[in-house]
Ligand binder design. Sequence first.
Ligand SMILES: [Zn+2]
Ligand SMILES: [Zn+2]
Length: 292
Amino acid sequence: MILGHEICGRVEAFASGAPKVDANGDAIEVGSRITWAVTVGCNECLMCQRGLHQKCEHLFKYGHMRVTDEDPLSGGLASHIILRKNTTVFALPEALSDDLATLANCSTATIVAVLKAAGEIQGRSVLVFGGGILGVTACSMAKSQGAVRIDVVEPNPANHTRVLSFGADAIIDPSAISPNYDAVFELSGSQIAASAAVKAPRIGGTVVFAGTVAPVGQIELDPEQIVRRLVTIKGVHNYHPFDLGDAVGFLAGAGQSYPFAELIGPVFALSEVNSAVKAAPDCSGQRILIQP
Ligand SMILES: [Zn+2]
Ligand SMILES: [Zn+2]
């Protein structure tokens, strides 16, 4: 398996019949800088028909698949990758560097999906659990969409300054949460945060879970409160391929007002990839960059 799904590239060649336009209909040619959605759906199964391409019954995921004769190059930690049929591709605008573009097809697109799941953000109050890469991306995107209040729960004081520089209004203590948020985003993956998240929405509010991608155990839910307070709870996993287009637009546009470059950590050559993996635990809250 060739790992690596937070990637961008430059077109080297087209297979015969491969489309020479991106998902927006913009032309791409040999030499074009592009990014592409991490998941590829079949466009035919029940999930794809329902618009849940990211949960296709025959899902393909770059950086997550065994090497096969059909897909010999399907991960980011390589000099070359072969994009398979139905891949959702977006040309990268000049304004977006390769370094920042690598964020687009994972964390940024995921947060696009999270904000869409919450509905209207303009004029709304937002609570974010987790001040890592997902959390700060959520703060900046919510701010740019007109959120009037953004609070963040982030236990590590070392992350607080950065969280505030991405548009958050305040870091708050979990014990100080009152149920008056229109949108609540659980991005930390912690059971404690998940428990607090379901108690934080105001009447009519929405809780979106995207952090708990591994089992964290059960949480308590008061069904009477869900009913009486008209609360919506949603999950987001594997953003929809079209969310990537919005992610690219954000990073190249409104996102330029925020210090996304600070999320990029040390740079390693592809030949040093094992050292990069060893260095990763010391680079919490940053992405290590591999340059082929
Ligand atoms: Zn499908
Ligand atoms: Zn990722």
